[in-house]
Design a protein around this ligand. Structure first.
Ligand SMILES: NC(=O)CC[C@H](N)C(=O)O
Length: 382
């Protein structure tokens, strides 16, 4: 077996971690974030929300179950780079059809192995998410100074709009399963396949629309409701989609948003979003649903969050959409994890009811959306 060539992970604060090349060789830059899930590396890697980010996997052994076609959350791997401790030398799973290593090479994803990923995670947890670079192959021979300069010249995640990189450019349609409720307009900011499946299973004919769709293009599919997906980038850099969302709300369409969609609903209602120190990424985050008092264990992947005037009391939407409440709260750090508009048919969550990977505790939210749409359709008919 050939010995992998040397590679280095360089952080913008000057910290360096030496390891071995993993996946494609060369150079990559991005925001360094850690994901704590012990399972689900394929879903993580193919979640478009990770575009522009170098992902550190705290689980020490990666690649054991290979890659398959069923667990792809989108058409490709999106992470800007991948940091692992010990890549599995053996791929063993009845569904596996290719190895992760081969997939990283064929999709040109530069990674690094042999890294104490828990140590890097503690560093990020103390100092916050930061820009980083992985250098291998010819780029491993650049001087330390040159590598650090490259990392420091990279994009900051704050202020970045990445939607166009990940979105479809033409409408795609997934038929409803069972009795059809109506057409659902899904704005593709980086939607995951499991979300589409969950929505289609609730009776929606799911129309996935490009991220730059206008209100007219959304209304042209004659939707019974609208949905904004998860996705990469800073929500404060998506003013165009926020304006379109105000049009959707003004048109009285029921609305559901997940993750980036939650942040854009917050902004449409007139709230601010802000960058978290190192974000939430993993599949074991405790969240309380304030309407039932039930705690659910949930999948997260967010670096930004919505700022609300109160987590406890309903407040007025600064943009005139009536009363709004924080519906869900993270029990680790009190971050807003859901919004519910009390006077218009709109709600959203910051975390991932589609899971993939992760527990299915929050799957009821898709049922809640279906009920909201059915109620609104009934009201409109009266
Ligand atoms: N998964 C997502 O939709 C992430 C939303 C946003 N890019 C964030 O990091 O907070």
């Amino acid at each position: 077996m050939p010995v992998p060539s040397p590679a280095v992970l360089v952080l913008e604060d000057g910290t360096r971690y030496e390891g071995r090349a993993y996946g494609a060789e060369g150079r990559t830059l991005g925001e360094l974030v850690f994901a704590t899930g012990m399972t689900g590396y394929q879903e993580t890697l193919t979640d478009p929300s990770y575009a522009g980010q170098i992902v550190i996997q705290t689980a020490p052994h990666i690649g054991n179950t290979g890659m398959n076609d069923e667990d792809m959350e989108s058409r490709r791997i999106w992470v800007a780079g991948y940091v692992v401790r010990d890549p599995s030398r053996v791929v063993s799973n009845f569904r596996s059809i290719r190895s992760l290593d081969d997939e990283l090479v064929s999709t040109d994803i530069v990674g690094i192995s042999g890294i104490d990923t828990r140590a890097v995670t503690r560093h990020i947890r103390d100092l916050g998410a930061m820009r980083a670079g992985i250098f291998s192959g010819g780029d491993a021979t650049l001087s330390q100074y040159e590598q650090l300069e490259l990392v420091r010249a990279g994009d900051e995640m704050a202020g970045l709009n990445l939607s166009a990189q990940v979105s479809v450019t033409e409408n795609t349609v997934t038929p409803a399963v069972g009795e059809k409720i109506g057409n659902l307009a899904v704005l593709d900011l980086g939607v995951k396949q499991s979300t589409i499946v969950n929505l289609a299973n609730r009776g929606f004919e799911v129309h996935v629309l490009p991220q730059d769709s206008t209100l007219e293009q959304i209304l042209a599919i004659e939707p019974v409701a609208a949905f904004y997906s998860n996705g990469p980038g800073d929500p404060s850099a998506s003013e165009g989609q926020v304006q379109v969302l105000r049009g959707v709300l003004d048109a009285g369409l029921p609305f559901f948003g997940i993750c980036f969609g939650n942040q854009l609903l917050g902004r449409a209602l007139g709230l601010d979003t802000y960058k978290l120190p190192f974000g939430h990424r993993g599949i074991n985050q405790p969240v309380v649903d304030k309407s039932t008092g039930r705690v659910e264990i949930t999948a997260h992947n967010h670096g930004f969050a919505v700022k609300a005037p109160s987590n406890d009391e309903p407040f007025d939407s600064p943009n005139g959409y009536g009363r709004v409440e924080v519906s869900h709260v993270d029990l680790n750090d009190d971050v807003v994890e859901g919004l519910n508009a009390l006077d218009i048919p709109a709600f959203s969550v910051q975390y991932h009811p589609e899971a993939a990977a992760g527990p299915h505790d929050a799957n009821y939210l898709f049922d809640r959306f279906r009920e909201l749409v059915l109620d609104q359709t009934k009201k409109d008919a009266e």
